[in-house]
Design a protein around this ligand. Structure first.
Ligand code: DNO
Length: 358
């Protein structure tokens, strides 16, 4: 397991590179050109600028999260080919900075969805929260207002994307789930050969939450969906970002079983916990198994017993000790998360070595 930390870039993150440097066992940054809208080419000079910043601290840039997919590609519009060509150029360009994994998602309109960015937990910390009934009865515009009020541009909630929200919703009225699968397949047939050529793994992120939101279809929601997705191609570049928190919001998803089954296709592991309530609401918690509904200990065990050599990151964290930070992306809880993940990993490693000696 190679540990990484998501960093939003200079002047775009409350966490600095010298802080990240002091978290034990972190070798690389998970990065993106966040100012580039979906569909745009990522210019080489801008990528090399990030590389310079990372190099100064000895961090690698092996993992990109995310090169976003333009809505026209998801909708299968006639304009998609131009955006797909741009995507290929961006893949080639990030490869020049050493990228090995490109995370992306194929979620219609919105990336992740939550109803509250600062819901208080019983210990006084706050975390991202999803209230099912609220989403079922909410106007998407109200949610947009709430999320964009945080003062940060949130990934998946970029102004360019939100500008065309009405048209996007309208366009999806004509497109059903099967068509989106077909559009996804079309996209993959185009970009996978390029990814292979430059030795990059394209790792799809599951839908968050793993069920339809505002009547928009969701594709990557379960073990069966992952099975279908992986069957699209045998390319070594056809991979997964296995997000335990996204899939884990549905208690029917057995994440350790999914890891044991598909570990050789997981290029990037997002590891975080959520607590699911009986009415289907969920809140993000500390990484510890006992604090939520996702068995983080067994998840790390599943990775460890399969000799997982891919990249991992602690994903979201709570907001602790009055930290002012991007929602879900503070320093403290993610650093605690990393220590917890390494603690589990090292303990499993110790047991394995002991067993080998006996
Ligand atoms: C939110 C993230 C998502 C994720 C993308 C992957 O914090 O988990 O924005 O990065 O969906 O493409």
């Amino acid at each position: 397991m190679q540990m990484t930390f998501r960093w939003y870039g200079e002047n775009n993150d409350s966490v600095s590179l010298d802080q990240i440097k002091q978290i034990p066992g972190v070798d690389g940054l998970v990065w993106a050109l966040h100012h580039r809208a979906a569909g745009e080419v990522w210019p080489e000079e801008e990528i090399m600028e990030v590389k310079k910043q990372a190099d100064a601290y000895g961090f690698h840039l092996d993992v990109v999260e995310s090169i976003n997919v333009h809505e026209d590609i998801k909708l299968g519009k006639s304009t998609r080919d131009e955006y797909i060509e741009n995507y290929k150029t961006s893949i080639r360009n990030v490869a020049k900075a050493g990228a090995k994994v490109v995370c992306f998602n194929f979620m219609p309109v919105f990336d992740w969805t939550r109803t509250d960015l600062y819901k208080e937990l019983e210990d006084g910390s706050t975390a991202l929260f999803y209230e099912k009934a609220k989403v079922d009865n909410m106007d998407p515009n109200d949610l947009i207002k709430q999320i964009t009020n945080s003062g940060y541009t949130m990934p998946g909630w970029e102004p360019e994307r939100l500008k065309t929200i009405k048209e996007s919703f309208k366009a999806y009225e004509e497109v059903d789930e099967e068509q989106i699968w077909a559009n996804l397949e079309y996209f993959l047939r185009e970009v996978l050969p390029v990814a292979e050529e430059v030795d990059i793994k394209l790792a799809i992120h599951p839908d968050d939450p793993p069920w339809p939101v505002f009547n928009l279809p969701r594709l990557i929601t379960s073990e069966q969906a992952i099975e279908r997705y992986l069957a699209i191609s045998d390319s070594p570049s056809h991979c997964l970002t296995l997000c335990s928190g996204s899939l884990g919001a549905n208690p029917n998803n057995d994440i350790p079983a999914i890891i044991r089954r598909f570990h050789d296709r997981i290029a990037f592991a997002h590891i975080r916990n959520v607590r699911i309530y009986e009415n289907g609401d969920f809140i993000e918690t500390s990484h510890r198994t006992q604090d939520g509904s996702v068995p983080i200990d067994d998840i790390v065990k599943a990775y460890h017993e399969n000799g997982f050599e891919g990249y991992a990151r602690p994903d979201h964290g709570r907001h602790l000790w009055n930290e002012e930070c991007r929602p879900g992306y503070g320093l403290y809880d993610r650093a605690l998360g990393i220590m917890h993940l390494w603690g589990l990993w090292d303990a499993y490693e110790l047991v394995k070595k002991k067993e080998e000696r006996e």
